[in-house]
Design a protein. Structure first.
Length: 317
């Protein structure tokens, strides 16, 4: 779009009281997630200026997919952010470290859940609570004081340090303090004001606090409309994780009404994905079928994508 066209569109939009975004979202290419099969199916990645919704039954790997996208974008030099309404931020980081170890030659693979429990066992409950409530300066001081307990050869710490050396840990931001829809929308717009238009991952829709909306249908409708507008104004991609409604026996083919709370979650989305478990290939790997049932920036595949979730190591590929 040339400057004269921009100026004309700006003048037309201003006449009707709007605020036209000069760096319009549709001019930006989709943001690759780093998951090749998903990026190819979506036409390059997550659509900018819209939200992509991912739904699935419990335990199928929705959060694992969100963490994989967070890692993949950060590994490519982006600055994504993960808004966790359910998991503590430390658990998200532990998943990232576990997946990094599984991907990186020379690092020892570990299961993030067991590594967390083994690490916590080295401290008393009082020490863990003080560490949780401490300031960043206090945490740095205590990390030096208790360095013998952290262990230089601990696989989780080695993986995290390797992520920091590569710059991935610094770029993969996690927020656990934002629990409201208003807070998420403000975060999206604040990041855009600083020129940061990388993906915002929200886990998950049904846990967002929406004041004034008592019924779930009203809450989810407000969530969809608010995130749709926030993503459009910011020109950034949003990945919204959602649970599914209780499905009837005859509901076998995924559709836009499967997302729990309101059909608008699917209808307002730029792309909609439903994950279904297809059995365990072995004790570590779960086969997952990813149905792309809507895609405004590309074609909808004829069948599901065949993917693999490795929950113990935080991998989704």
């Amino acid at each position: 779009m040339d400057d004269s066209s921009r100026a004309y569109l700006q003048s037309q939009w201003d006449e009707f009281g709007g605020d036209f975004e000069l760096e319009y979202a549709l001019e930006r290419d989709p943001q690759p997630t780093g998951i090749k099969a998903l990026d190819d199916a979506l036409g390059g990645g997550l659509a900018c200026g819209a939200y992509t919704i991912v739904g699935g039954t419990a335990g199928v790997g929705k959060s694992a997919l969100g963490c994989a996208v967070l890692y993949g974008i950060a590994a490519q030099g982006g600055n994504p952010i993960y808004v966790s309404c359910e998991m503590p931020a430390q658990q998200v980081r532990m998943r990232l470290a576990s997946s990094h170890a599984a991907r990186t030659p020379g690092l020892v693979q570990f299961e993030w859940g067991r590594a967390r429990d083994a690490f916590r066992a080295k401290f008393t409950k009082t020490q863990l609570q003080r560490f949780q409530d401490a300031t960043e300066e206090q945490r740095i001081e205590w990390a030096g004081r208790y360095s013998d307990r952290f262990g230089k050869d601990d696989p989780a710490i080695r993986a995290w340090r390797d992520m920091m050396w590569r710059g991935i840990a610094q770029r993969a931001m996690v927020r656990e303090d934002i629990q409201s829809l208003e807070g998420v929308a403000s975060l999206i717009e604040e990041r855009a004001s600083f020129g940061i238009r990388d993906a915002v991952i929200v886990d998950y829709a049904q846990l967002l606090d929406v004041p004034g909306a008592e019924k779930e249908y009203d809450r989810m409708t407000t969530v969809s409309r608010t995130l749709q507008q926030a993503a459009k104004r910011a020109g950034c991609p949003v990945l919204l994780i959602s649970s599914l409604k209780n499905l009837g026996k005859d509901e076998k083919e995924p559709n836009l009404t499967w997302f729990r709370g309101s059909g608008y979650l699917g209808y307002d989305a730029g792309a909609a994905i439903v994950l279904k478990g297809a059995g365990w290939a072995n004790q570590d790997d779960m086969d997952v079928e990813a149905y792309i049932i809507k895609n405004r920036t590309g074609r909808v595949p004829d069948g599901p994508l065949q993917m693999v979730s490795r929950p113990k190591h935080g991998l989704f590929e």
